[in-house]
Write a protein that binds this ligand. Structure first.
Ligand SMILES: O=P(O)(O)OC[C@H]1O[C@H](OP(=O)(O)OP(=O)(O)O)[C@H](O)[C@@H]1O
Ligand SMILES: Nc1ncnc2[nH]cnc12
Length: 170
């Protein structure tokens, strides 16, 4: 399946000069949705995983589906002030801004093998902040996987030392 057919490029969103990669056409199509889920699991090549960590908000679409398939738990990373219990936090920069991400302090146990999932790898600011959160709690990041990667923004440079995989590269 050519997943690129299901990505809509929206110019000047959310800011002038940004070409936004909209994954909602892929989510709306049952065959593309099932195919993309399967293909993301194949990127992982049967590695054993205890927790899938997905980041707000577009990491929440596939993250729980992957966790269910992997017999793993799902742990949300959210933007500041949204998680109700004790949290740890990291500041980060992304393609069009900066923010703070948080995870529940009991979301990861020491030694947990973790898959990090998000829809888009752009500058890598979001994913690298998530890896720092996981490691501060004693988890091991086994892979960071993404539906699509904007290679011209060199996100992998912020993820050196981690296994990084994506279904589509722009
Ligand atoms: O590699 P980076 O430059 O860090 O950018 C990637 C991040 O940007 C988008 O999220 P956004 O913060 O727009 O939030 P949303 O998922 O709630 O739309 C995307 O879903 C990734 O999480
Ligand atoms: N260009 C882009 N499209 C969609 N999500 C993004 N996150 C960061 N940059 C993005």
């Amino acid at each position: 399946m050519n997943y690129f057919d299901f990505i809509r490029e929206v110019p000047d969103f959310p800011r002038k000069g940004i070409s936004f990669k909209d994954i909602t056409p892929l989510l709306q199509n049952p065959k593309a949705l099932q195919g993309a889920k399967k293909a993301l699991l194949e990127l992982l090549k049967d590695k054993q995983i205890d927790k899938v960590v997905g980041m707000e908000s577009r990491g929440f679409f596939f993250g729980p589906m992957l966790a269910e398939q992997l017999n793993a738990g799902f742990v949300p990373v959210r933007k500041k002030g949204k998680l109700p219990y004790s949290t740890i936090s990291e500041n980060y920069d992304l393609e069009y801004g900066q923010d703070v991400l948080e995870i529940h302090a009991d979301g990861i146990q020491k030694g947990d093998r973790v898959l990090v999932h998000d829809d888009v790898l752009a500058t890598g600011g979001t994913a690298s902040a998530v890896c720092r959160l996981i490691e501060r709690l004693g988890g091991e990041v086994v892979q960071c996987n993404f539906l699509l990667e904007l290679q011209f923004l060199s996100g992998r440079d912020k993820l050196i030392g981690y296994e990084v995989a994506s279904l589509m590269q722009y």
